[in-house]
Design a protein around this ligand. Structure first.
Ligand SMILES: [Fe+2]
Ligand SMILES: [Fe+2]
Length: 290
């Protein structure tokens, strides 16, 4: 791939711009439909940056890109540190956007986890909420935003038109590659998602980091939390097996906490830290290798 420009590495002013866009696409049930309409008709630099983000994401997320990123990042030879330190490291990912209205990464993670905890879910579910976006440290390793966030989707088979901005897949070389551009591509009917390569990003990366330590529903939540074309649109039922369908009930349970737990009141990190340190110690090794 040719050298990328700064605009191609970071089309968004911050990663939250993508998340805000998802929230507008899938507003909390009960919120006025007006919000969605405003989003559709409103011409703004932010929407242009989201379009540009998806143009790049859909162009460059090829089957080969996924294999290359896995070969590099699944060596876990970049850094090693205690989990809490890694969460603070993630928080050095600073926004260019208005600091008054945007929460930092740690605040989003604590709000997600605290909402799960308030509803009385098991502690591993709370821990999942707390760490689910740690994979975004990929940005700190110089990865372009479209290799870190964005709706995730299978590669190696036809891109679904249920994925946001499907027209941009025309520029993805896999769309013209007959190994990859049929309904099943390199896969078979209901072969199971474990056989399926997903577009590269923070979801798959954290799944690979935690796969030996957390209960299976937690791993599904982590691995597929950005797979909106499946959990919202059911676009890939032909690849999921019965076990995936069962486990996706957990992904569906997790999603509202991720999307709808944002509140302007920032959590008090120092007060919550001992509880989360204990949870980390219960399930995870002392250090995380990134
Ligand atoms: Fe995420
Ligand atoms: Fe999140």
């Amino acid at each position: 791939m040719k050298e990328l420009s700064k605009e191609e590495i970071s089309p968004l002013s911050s990663l939250e711009v993508w998340e805000d866009d998802v929230l507008k696409r899938y507003p909390e049930p009960g919120t006025p439909a007006k919000a969605k309409e405003e989003f559709r008709n409103y011409d703004s630099p932010e929407i242009d940056s989201v379009r540009e983000f998806y143009r790049l994401n859909h162009k460059y997320q090829t089957y080969d890109n996924v294999l290359a990123k896995k070969a590099n990042f699944l060596k876990f030879d970049k850094m090693e540190m205690p989990w809490w330190t890694a969460m603070e490291y993630l928080n050095t990912l600073i926004d260019d956007s208005d600091p008054d209205i945007s929460l930092d990464q740690l605040q989003h993670l604590l709000q997600t986890a605290e909402a799960i905890r308030a509803d009385g879910h098991p502690d591993w579910f709370v821990l999942t909420g707390f760490i689910h976006d740690l994979g975004k440290v990929l940005c700190l390793f110089g990865e372009p935003q479209w290799n870190v966030v964005g709706d995730s989707f299978p590669v190696g088979c036809k891109f679904s038109d249920k994925i946001v901005y499907p027209e941009f897949f025309a520029d993805n070389p896999d769309s013209k590659d007959e190994r990859y551009n049929t309904k099943y591509g390199v896969y078979t009917h209901q072969c199971g998602l474990n056989e399926v390569q997903m577009s590269w990003g923070h979801d798959e990366y954290l799944y690979q980091i935690t796969r030996d330590y957390l209960p299976e529903p937690a791993l599904y939540m982590i691995r597929y939390h950005s797979f909106y074309s499946q959990h919202r649109e059911k676009a890939y039922d032909h690849l999921l097996n019965a076990h995936d369908q069962e486990m996706f009930k957990w992904v569906d349970k997790f999603n509202p906490y991720d999307l709808y737990s944002k509140s302007p009141k920032p959590p008090v990190v120092a007060e919550l830290k001992p509880y989360y340190e204990d949870l980390i110690a219960k399930y995870l090794p002392a250090t995380v290798k990134l």
